[in-house]
Design a protein around this ligand. Sequence first.
Ligand code: AGP
Length: 615
Amino acid sequence: MCGIVGYIGRSEALPVLMDGLRRLEYRGYDSSGVAILNGGSLAVRKAVGRIANLAELIQSEPVHGQVGISHTRWATHGGVTHENAHPHLDQSGHLSLVHNGVIENYQKLREQLTERSHVFQSQTDTEVLAHLVGEAFDRSERRDKAALVEAVREALRQVIGTYGIAVLHADVPGILVGARRGSPLVLGIGKNEHFLASDVSAIVAHTRDVVYLNDYEIVAIQDDRFEISTVSGSGADFQISKVEFSAEAVDKGRFPHYMLKEIYEQPNSVRDAMRGRLSAEEATAKLGGLEMTNADLRSVDRIVLSGCGTAFHAALAGEYLIESLAHIPVECEFASEFRYRNLPLDRDTLVFVISQSGETADTLAALRESQRKGHRTLGICNNVASTIARESDGGVYMHAGPEIGVAATKSFTSQLVILTLLGLLLGRIRHLSHAEGRTIISEMEKLPDLIARTIELDKQIEKIAKKYARAENFLFMGRQANYPIALEGALKLKEISYISASGYPSAELKHGVIALINEETPSLFIAPQDAVFDQNVSNIEEVKARKGPVIAIGTEGDTALAKICDDVILIPHAPDYLTPILAVLPLQLLAYHIAATLGCDVDKPRNLAKSVTVE
Ligand code: AGP
């Protein structure tokens, strides 16, 4: 949510900042801006809307300099206006600051600053922070690096809330200061240049050597050195890491949108989620990151899975998968409710939080609440450097690679694979025989090919999408583990095409939803050849009897569905516990093509941001 890029070095800052902002635009796209220092002179350019608007402005009003900060905004405090766009200035107009996060006590601080004659230009919490830092700096007798770092420290001690910030001051032109608490910030180390970014994808084209800052850390960067300390004033230990992926991994390549690229990446991302984790010899899954012995896992008698949005849908599917493979009761909790629910967590309950970004504020709060209760809490994350990955007591990485499209796709199937691996591992410690374990492994190994075959249905799905793109309402139905897939299909369609869509267990239809059926409302049924196929068919008949159009996802070889449905998409056969991973693919493609047909901005849907780092 919001993106920050900072640069200091011997090259022009602007191209680095603009390239970084474009790569971060998926994190927020209400407005953007840059502040560049040229010697002692500070230039700020801001524009409402997409980065393209900022680029246009800069073309007519160029800026030069080798030190700069920039920001792409997802509005929290204050509307989407030029004044509220970052960077913000302090009272003197010499200090500029960009900020991700929320300063909760900003109203009180603003009143106090106003009493001290500060005048504000915006409604944001960020401007208050800029004024606080500027005021502290102006109180200092020195005009040097130490004074600016100290001023940042002093200001941060007064704020309550979360921040990832980058600050520069015209009186100290050879230095940039960054700090974080609750909002990620990474330092990039180059040759005679350094970078700050809220997400490594913004700077990976320039360097793969990075330091992921911890909460309450402050970094001061110059072209040839950096120093990390803490808000309390002590030194900080840090570790230089190598970014695992290359700049190409965050490019669209031959695809028109990141979302489509990421859908097509799923044979590989699913293979990577399983890589090294299937043991044919022991007929089980190996999940060393859990850091639990088989004896520890054997005593688990209940599992809680928590996440938001798509990750919550993965949790719901995980409930079916783990209960059927391991016979352990599973409960799913919205991460946003977790900390307010006071969920009983018995000693033998295993808690997992699931998050692609590893930065979702609600999911992080669920992790912390569970840990606060003294409960060992595990993470299923994609972003290895994320706060959730670092704070959880163990877990499993998705290894899906960077996911840039705001609509989660490949991370969802990776989450399902990991939950299936967990089901296999726990099942093998209990009732699953060696032979059953071997069968599950050999079925899982076929998944990448089955996914590739399913994605080949793209052209057929595109045609179906064009046929239904003008519908105003959509219903998605499925049973058992395909019910969460129906929810996920509805979410995908809603978030990128703005068509109203809901997901239900198929049989719920007659308990109210059927009132929505008419000739204009398509219903999509996930109806593979499984134990509840006939029941699904009965529900489809109920819709057809009321003249509702039906699209069905069935299994290859099925001939029954074509007789009653308007459109049928046949996916490869797989065991029930793997079918959800295949069934979601046509729904991702359907949502994608409907949104593209309607001319929607698929990768950057309105009002959304890729990772939601506010409550
Ligand atoms: C999915 O398409 C959404 N963009 C959203 O629901 C997302 O899954 C949710 O915000 C959780 O994100 P996370 O996995 O990064 O925690």
